[in-house]
Write a protein that binds this ligand. Sequence first.
Ligand code: P5A
Length: 438
Amino acid sequence: MRLTEYFLPTLKEVPKDAEIVSHQLMLRTGMIRQSSSGIYIWLPFGHAVLKKIEQIVREEQVNAGAIELLMPTIQSADLWKKSGRYDDYGAEMLRMKDRHDREILYGPTNEEQITDISSHYFKSYKSLPKILFHIQWKFRDEVRPRFGVMRCKEFLMKDSYSFDVTEEDGKLSYNKMFLSYLKTFQRLGLKAIPMAAESGPIGGNLSHEFIVLANTGESKVYIDKRILDMNIPDEIDYQKDSENIVSKWTEFYTVTDDMYEQDTYESKVEEKNRLEMRGIEVGHVFYFGDKYTKPLNANVQDKDGVTKPIQSGSYGIGVSRLVAAIIEASHDDKGIIWPKSVSPFDYALICLNSKNEELVELCDMIYKKMKSKCAILYDDTSSSIGEKLNKMDLIGIPKQIILGNKSIERKSLEIKDRKTGTVEVQSVEAFLEIFEND
Ligand code: P5A
């Protein structure tokens, strides 16, 4: 993509109303624009990052055995009345009426709708287990939307729902999702720590939040530091390994403030291992058994011919919140530093002098060769050197390929690593070899 043809409305100034660095940087890099309170337009650069994250989340769901479908954003109030949550959800739920005066709502989550689906299709133990997921916009009329897409009203969520015959199998599904979350956040370049948490309006008595440590986070957390050294194996057999791996992670007393008990913390965690911090909730998993299947009559016949409510859990990832969380975790005073896995462009190509025809010709040639092999943003504008370099640092593409007047006679280019700032000089020829046809 040529920068002269792209739509990247960057700002030099730090916007006054943005309090935290991710919100500031998302506005400065032209990723989002507020449409109304708590509702955002995803401009092309922001949209591209969102889609990258969404794809990684999707791939890891599929790897763990979940199956994608798509439920609508608008739901009928009827199912919510049956589950008893229509009143419970209160003012956070956006309620509407259609032209026939029927009560409808913009879904804040989909437990009711998917349970209704399960009641129609999963009648025998032979159809289970199943984990279904979708990636869909949600609406919650938050009292205090703030920090840009971090806590907003309209946001993109990946939500999965598990269906099993027995509680034991249900717990296995819970553990599979738990493990797939560890994997997902790792691929996104994040250290997200699972913590025992309250289940709130979703319900159930087994629940974990996945939290990225950040001073600007909204949750207060109490950690056993040793959990920070935990790793997950590269190869996972979800069926065989889930229980074992999850039990190792959950051994540590690591909790959000809703669950915090000072005595337990002090008795279970040695003083040198205690860490009290703030964090951002990027995912939340729940096991609630028959909380929804019972009132919505989602029953299954087990192997012995006994009919009973399906065992369920739900598993959420804040896809749009992750964009902000990644920036909170990965930036410096110059701007964003995208992990390779989520950057919309693999390379930035910078032609420092657009008046030097020979240089422009060389850069155009390099651009053409690279374009077919990777995603590249080519600064072909006539801006000043300083402006060009600052802009590329601001938007955070992991590798910058820089060419100036001297590149012509030296037949070389600079490869700058955005994260470390290290610059490597390489001959144009050697660099282009990577992009030659096989
Ligand atoms: C789990 C999936 C649920 O809704 N039902 C379906 C369950 N869980 S949750 O914790 O309430 O939300 C899941 C994740 O969504 C993100 N999130 C938000 N992101 C931006 N703005 C908001 N207002 C918002 N509310 C929730 C969080 O990442 C949360 O973990």
